[in-house]
Design a protein around this ligand. Structure first.
Ligand code: DQQ
Length: 533
């Protein structure tokens, strides 16, 4: 079925077939980026979970390796679930992961490479003393999983965080260890938020305008806590302060606490995990992007899920209250020919085709300026606009929506608008949303169609800017340098192969906009099968 095979991506990480979910144990080791992932070797739906493994020299081109760990022990026979890597100062590599046991108890286990001199780390050994941790008495056996990368304390010991819940309160417990075999539960907890449910894949790391090693701490260092909420399937983060002595982390702003405040991504993006890349001194974020078509379609095509383009993340020092996420620079090595469009006037109520040929694999960088006079003349209105509650790109306001239509066919019967929507609130302050509208993205009836998006901070003097990466069935959007991101899966039936186009549009009623943009055709990445030879 050529429509379904078109959906496979060209520069996103995917296994050759079957189901994938969470990123696991990412790290840089002896010249190679290692990527492990939750994988079902038997089919395109979740189950039979083992660890897939691939390596890359640039986070873009990949070599698939044999499964790193399979479900072959009583303590992980129900699934080799998510975990994280820690590289010790002496070069040892420690992998901690959750096993779902023969009785479905969630246990933490230790594994390590069989041969540290092999840069590909093909073979893994499970510690004979596993499991190393069982749920403490106050925690249900099904609510104790996903150990973090360890950080080193001023007391000379390692600590890890593990997600849990009690009733509806999601929480993160902390354990201390010297040898990764014996652990002590620290009193209290790193953090807990009532009403948020189970915290999956907790991530905890220091941030600044540069990437920081996970163990960096001290005055002035902010720490990010990220949780994946099992109940609503989104990844939330919050910036705060870590008190090593008290074993607590406190959000800077209690209103944007984990699970109730900011998300990494306002589309589909889950179970994410960062690692510190000591090679390029940056912190990199991986996130699992699931399908939003039907399970039957996944089974038919024989695969399900992608990983998003890895993102470099730093603290946004201009706002101080959010992170900036940006596709790793290496993805730019896939850029082929480009076309530039300078100061194109997009009048209210119009659509402007962009002559770039087929647009199934493109990287778009665009800037928009609203007509100043119209901006000034527009009265306060619409102040609580929200993408999700709106009618999408066809709902007209004075100062929005305007932006791009991607994965559109010539007749616009299918189109995925990625747009800004500006409103004027009380006191004349402008508020900007960035949205991705799937409502007309596909004529197929078995796909989820939402208007994704959120508010995005725009500072005095900044133009509205957006980067959009399109790769067959995924559209990733980074607004204002990565302050707000939206990942959407899109399944067109007509806007495929040579028929996929890009347009500018402006559906605002009062303001013309000027757009300047550059669009690159993107090469395909080499994602190669493994062979022993
Ligand atoms: N996926 C894993 C769990 C984790 C969940 C199982 C998050 O370890 O909590 O496949 O997607």
């Amino acid at each position: 079925n050529s429509m379904l095979s078109w959906q496979r991506t060209a520069f996103h990480f995917q296994p050759e077939k079957n189901w994938m979910n969470d990123p696991n144990g990412p790290m840089y080791y002896k010249g190679w980026y290692h990527f492990f992932y939750q994988y079902n070797p038997e089919g395109a739906v979740w189950g039979n979970i083992v660890w897939g493994h691939a390596v890359s020299e640039d986070l873009i081109h990949w070599l698939h390796l044999p499964l790193a760990m399979v479900a072959d022990q009583w303590y992980d026979v129900n699934g080799v679930w998510s975990g994280s890597a820690t590289i010790l100062p002496d070069g040892q590599v420690v992998m901690l992961y959750t096993g779902s046991s023969n009785e479905s108890v969630q246990l933490q286990n230790l594994a390590y490479p069989a041969d540290l001199s092999d840069p590909l780390l093909v073979h893994w050994v499970k510690h004979p003393g596993n499991p190393v941790l069982a749920p403490p008495p106050c925690i249900n056996k099904l609510d104790f999983r996903d150990p973090t990368t360890a950080w080193y304390t001023s007391g000379g010991k390692w600590r890890i965080a593990i997600g849990a819940k009690i009733n509806k309160t999601g929480m993160s417990l902390v354990y201390e260890t010297e040898d990764f075999k014996n652990y002590k539960l620290l009193p209290g907890m790193l953090h807990a938020v009532p009403g948020t449910g189970m915290w999956e894949c907790v991530d905890f790391f220091p941030v600044s305008e540069d990437g920081l090693d996970t163990s960096v701490n001290g005055p002035g260092v902010k720490h990010v806590m990220k949780v994946s909420l099992d109940d609503d399937r989104h990844d939330y983060y919050s910036i705060g302060t870590y008190d090593e002595k008290a074993n607590t982390w406190v959000p800077d702003n209690p209103e944007i606490d984990v699970g109730i405040g900011i998300r990494y991504d306002y589309g589909i993006f889950y179970a994410s995990k960062t690692f510190y890349d000591q090679n390029k001194r940056r912190r990199i974020l991986w996130g699992w992007i699931t399908e939003s078509d039907s399970e039957a379609a996944d089974v038919q095509k024989g695969w399900a899920s992608l990983q998003g383009i890895p993102r470099t993340i730093v603290l946004d020092t201009k706002t101080g209250s959010n992170l900036l996420q940006w596709p790793v620079e290496e993805v730019e090595s896939l850029r082929l020919s480009s076309k530039e469009f300078d100061s194109i006037e997009v009048k209210t109520g119009t659509v402007v085709p962009l002559d770039v040929g087929t647009a199934t694999q493109v990287d778009i960088v665009a800037e928009f300026e609203l007509d100043k006079q119209a901006l000034g003349a527009t009265p306060e209105a619409d102040a609580d606009y929200s993408c999700g509650a709106s009618g999408g790109a066809s709902q007209r306001g004075a100062l929005g929506p305007f932006g791009l239509l991607v994965l559109a066919d010539d007749g616009l019967s299918e189109q995925t608008p990625v747009y800004f929507y500006v409103v004027k609130g009380p006191n004349g302050t402008l508020k900007t949303s960035i949205c991705t509208d799937q409502l007309r993205s596909s004529e197929a009836s078995d796909v989820v169609k939402h208007v994704y998006g959120s508010f995005v901070p725009v500072l005095e003097g900044e133009k509205l800017s957006v980067r959009i990466m399109v790769d067959h069935s995924i559209v990733e959007t980074f607004a204002q340098g990565g302050r707000s991101c939206i990942t959407a899966r899109v399944y067109p039936t007509k806007a495929i192969y040579g028929a996929a186009r890009v347009f500018l549009f402006n559906n605002a009623t009062e303001a013309n906009v000027k757009a300047s943009l550059k669009i690159w055709q993107m090469n395909s990445a080499f994602i190669r099968p493994y062979s022993d030879q």
